[in-house]
Each structure stands twice: as structure tokens, then as C-alpha cells.
Design a protein around this ligand. Structure first.
Ligand code: CO
Length: 438
């Protein structure tokens, strides 16, 4: 052990050693003595070789300005906020805004891990965000049940609770990719996708409390927004893994995510996860609401439309690097992204550097959970060559993320929902990353 090196107790990995060597080789000549001692009891020795001749005031071994006086106090503010230096990491409307914007997108390129912070979770609503007083909010459960129920939030909070990680993806996510490659960032192209740890009550427990009649087979779910957003839910899903959710990432739902109560149907298209849930009516047939007849159906090449296409397909996207980024130098970097499937756990993710001719397995962050965002990672050394980066996901049900050509061959170009094709990012010699269709 070199006595001048900090002992982290962890031997540097071979890859880490290589990375450090590259960084040092790219740096300026060593200038020991140019810097000033940091803290009096520590004479700097063995300084990094890339230390500039005139060390800027806030760079070690100099003492930065934020060490020279106490910082902000507690509770500033009481509800914590990101650093002001992160002010550009926000939800946004797409670059080409419709006259009447209907959704905001998650900054996938700026996030780590597999959970989306509550303030960055994408929004899609059909008549604005209602301002609901939870004390006045009720869930009415009626129809083909033995005992109709009117439940307050206090009632629901007394049921046994579960917390589970699941993604929500708008079925219209990536919609423009059916046509031409979008020119925005991964946020603009694929940002109607987020993941959270949800806390709530099993819908099956609440249905058991009401008692289903034998003919029960569908449930109408209705939101308390001005659109009375409504969808028909098959009873099998309601009894399987559906939740009545009030918690998101450890706190109450945000207003734009359905405060104080939403339906969560893991793996089903986003609009079915009815927000501001106020009513469940049990019936014996689908209710044929507007949002499952004129909207959220899939027009096929032969002119017929698929209805009740609930499950989101197996899909993945590389978020780092991604469109409109510029690689800031040659050498090691990690390719990283997200994979998910409406039909269960991600089984495998593969990454290609050459537009799909060769594939190698990516590492998955664990634990890999069912119908949840899964972070994948793949080491890469970029030496300035052109590349076309792709990822393709496989789920435990045996589904494989299709190429764009295969998706268009099966679904045509009339559909605007359920686009889950492989995404291609082209890396140019100058490091610019752009969206291409190959
Ligand atoms: Co659908």
C-alpha cells in the first residue's frame, strides 16, 4: 500500500486503472508547488498530473469559497428542492408543441437508476389537474356487487397496504417514430415513461369487501377530473395485481399524478391507470367509453381497429448517450438505459454498437422487478469511430423488442399507439449523437 494514497479498502479494478491512466495522459504537465496547501495540517504531495498551472480558486488543493463560511441553515426550504444548478432538469413539452398541449415528458437523459422523482414524472391529463380536497374525496364502488361501498381516504388507509415498483408508459409514447426520426432528445422522443414505487391497497381486497356477483366481468373506472376520464378494466386484471394507490415514492401522490387516489394497472397503457379515482362500477361487459372507442384503439393496415390493447410491449432505450448529446472525449464511458415490459420481468438486454449486426449482453441492475423499469449498463471505449448504438430487450414471457421494420410490417403506419421498436442512436466522428432509422 502506498502510504500517500488514501486507503479506501477497495482495490482499484483493472477498468478503473485504465480510466485513470487515460485521464492522466490527457491532462497537462505536472505542476507540483503551484497549488497552496488546503488546510494547514496537510502539505499536498503527489498531486494529480493534470492540475493546471494556476489552480482555480475552488479546485483542490485550494479551499473553495463554500468552505469559508457556514452554509444555509436547516429547513431552507422545509420541503427540499434540487440544487439550483440542476434547474434544467425538468419536465417539458415536446419541441414541436401542439396548439393544445396534452402531455409533459420526463428528462430520461438526466436521471439515474430506475425510479423517477415525483417532480419529474411525466404528465398526461385530459382536462387539467383537479384540486381535490382529500377529506371530501370518496371512492364509490357499485354495480354487480353484494354490498355497494362509499370509501373515504381514511377508510382506504386502514386496508392492508403494499408497496411495489412499476412503470407507467403512455400508449402514445414514441408516437412520431412511426413516421420520421424525431429530432429532439430522448426526453422529447420517449419521455412519456416514468417509474415509481407505488403504495396502496390491492383492488382485489376492496372488491372482496364489496362481494362480486357471479356475472361480474368488467369494471368501469372513472376519474374526478373535468373529463371524467373513464376506462373499462377486465376483472381478471382487477383481481390479479391492480392497486388503488395513494403513495408514490414514499409520499402522497402529486396532484398531477392523481392525488389523492389513482388506479394502478401494472404494465397496462398509461391512460387506464385512472387518476383522481372516484368510481368503480362492476358490470358484465365493457362499457365502451370514449377513450376505448374513438381513442386508444389501434388502426391496422387493413382498415380494422384493434380495441382493448392493454399491455405495453417489451421495450428499451439507451439514455446515455442519447440524441443531441455530444461525446466529450475519447475513452471509456458507460452505455446505460432503461428496459421494461408490460408482461413481466426483463429477462435480458443486449446492446449493439454497429446498428444491430453484433449484440452483447448488458448488465441489469437488480433486483429486476415485474413490470418495472430496469436499468441496464454496458461498458464502451469510444475511440472516435462512427457507431450506431441500439438496445433490445427480452422479457420473461418470451417477447423480444422488434426492429422498426418488423413493427411496421406487423402494425403498419396508421397506428399511433404501442410503438416499441428498437431505437438507434448514431454517433458521428465528432461525437454528435442523433436519432436515425436504420
Ligand atoms: Co392500446
Amino acid at each position: 500500500m502506498d502510504p500517500d494514497q488514501p486507503d479506501t479498502g477497495v482495490p482499484a479494478s483493472p477498468r478503473r486503472r485504465r480510466f485513470i491512466a487515460l485521464a492522466a495522459a490527457a491532462g497537462a504537465a505536472a505542476v507540483p508547488g503551484a497549488a497552496q496547501a488546503a488546510t494547514g495540517d496537510d502539505v499536498p504531495t503527489n498531486l494529480p498530473p493534470n492540475l493546471p498551472p494556476n489552480v482555480p480558486p475552488n479546485v483542490p488543493p485550494q479551499v473553495p469559497e463554500w468552505m469559508r463560511a457556514p452554509g444555509a441553515g436547516f429547513l431552507s426550504p422545509p420541503y427540499g428542492l434540487p440544487s439550483p444548478f440542476e434547474k434544467n432538469v425538468v419536465r417539458k413539452l415536446p419541441d414541436q408543441v401542439a396548439a393544445f398541449p396534452t402531455a409533459t415528458r420526463t428528462p430520461l437523459q438526466s436521471l439515474f437508476g430506475s425510479l423517477t422523482p415525483n417532480g419529474l414524472f411525466f404528465e398526461r391529463h385530459h382536462a387539467g389537474v383537479p384540486a381535490i380536497d382529500p377529506a371530501q374525496h370518496r371512492l364509490m364502488l357499485h354495480g354487480l356487487v353484494e354490498r355497494p361501498l362509499l370509501l373515504s381516504m381514511k377508510d382506504l388507509l386502514r386496508f392492508p397496504a403494499v408497496s411495489r415498483s412499476h412503470f407507467i408508459e403512455c400508449s402514445g409514447n414514441s408516437i412520431a417514430e412511426f413516421k420520421a426520426p424525431g429530432q429532439g432528445t430522448v426526453q422529447d422522443i420517449h419521455g412519456l415513461l416514468s417509474g415509481a414505487e407505488w403504495t396502496g391497497v390491492r383492488l382485489s381486497d376492496v372488491l372482496a369487501e364489496a362481494g362480486l356477483l357471479p356475472s361480474a366481468s368488467w369494471i368501469l373506472a372513472e376519474g374526478a377530473d373535468a373529463a371524467a376520464m373513464s376506462r373499462s378494466i377486465p376483472l381478471a386484471k382487477a383481481l390479479d395485481d391492480a392497486l388503488l394507490v395513494y403513495g408514490q415514492n414514499g409520499e402522497m401522490l402529486r396532484p398531477e399524478q392523481g392525488y389523492p387516489l389513482r388506479l394502478l394497472l401494472p404494465g397496462f397503457e398509461g391512460n387506464m391507470n385512472i387518476k383522481w379515482l372516484r368510481r368503480l362500477k362492476v358490470g358484465d361487459a365493457p362499457f365502451q367509453t370514449r377513450e376505448e372507442t374513438s381513442k386508444y384503439t389501434d388502426l391496422m393496415p387493413d382498415g380494422t381497429a384493434r380495441q382493448f390493447t392493454f399491455q405495453m410491449g417489451v421495450k428499451s432505450v439507451i439514455t446515455a448517450p442519447s440524441a443531441r448529446q455530444v461525446l466529450d472525449g475519447h475513452g471509456f464511458r458507460e452505455i446505460s438505459g432503461l428496459a421494461w415490459s408490460g408482461q413481466g420481468r426483463i429477462a435480458r438486454v443486449e446492446v449493439s454498437l454497429d446498428g444491430g449486426r453484433h449484440w452483447e449482453a448488458a448488465a441489469l441492475d437488480g433486483p429486476v422487478q415485474s413490470r418495472a423499469l430496469t436499468r441496464f449498463r454496458c461498458p464502451w471505449v469510444w475511440a472516435g469511430q462512427e457507431a450506431i448504438l441500439q438496445s433490445r430487450a427480452f422479457d420473461e414471457a418470451g417477447n423480444v423488442q422488434p426492429t422498426r421494420a418488423a413493427l411496421l410490417a406487423s402494425d403498419g403506419q396508421h397506428s399511433i399507439y404501442h410503438y416499441n421498436a428498437i431505437q438507434s442512436w448514431q454517433v458521428a466522428r465528432n461525437g454528435e449523437v442523433s436519432n436515425v432509422h436504420v
